[in-house]
Design a protein around this ligand. Structure first.
Ligand SMILES: [Zn+2]
Length: 157
């Protein structure tokens, strides 16, 4: 029974991934005018995620294995988004956090692919970072599933 529950949980996590969307939808390079490219050195892959709601391949980000103390910042505008103390290993293949710093994000309901998901954007520059789910291990039950390519980690010295 326990095994079935854990499989079910894994399956639900898979469903929650927006990675599939990147396989199903052709990329259209039209960026929302509400979002500004501030960092002129962004790669095309980063622009697709930040301004076109794309998702990086799971287990592709080196930040999955980042366990030092410090802060994660928006790669576009530099805003501080997450403290390392909120990071946890969700097993999904994306950097995951139990909470963001206060006011770091604005959320929007995303109804794509027959699912209702909460998508979040950097409050400062409007760039898309990921989705937030209610199956996190922390006291507020949140799981911020963030694209690693959208983040810059600055270790505390
Ligand atoms: Zn930003």
């Amino acid at each position: 029974m326990r095994k079935i529950k854990s499989l079910r949980r894994k399956f639900l996590k898979l469903l929650s991934l927006s990675y599939l969307s990147t396989l199903l939808l052709p990329y259209s390079p039209i960026y929302s005018s509400a979002k500004k490219i501030i960092n002129q050195n962004l790669t095309n892959e980063q622009k697709k995620i930040l301004f076109n709601e794309s998702t990086e391949r799971p287990f592709s980000s080196p930040l999955n294995n980042e366990n030092r103390k410090g802060f994660f910042h928006c790669v576009n505008c530099g805003a501080k988004l997450f403290a390392s103390t909120s990071k946890f290993d969700s097993g999904t293949g994306w950097p995951s956090f139990t909470e963001s710093l206060p006011g770091a994000f604005k959320t929007k309901i995303d109804y794509s692919f027959g699912m209702k998901r909460i998508e979040y954007h950097c409050s400062n520059c409007g760039a898309h970072h990921g989705h937030v789910f209610n199956d996190g291990p922390g006291p507020n039950g949140k799981r911020f599933c963030n694209n690693g390519l959208c983040l810059i980690f600055i270790p505390k010295n």
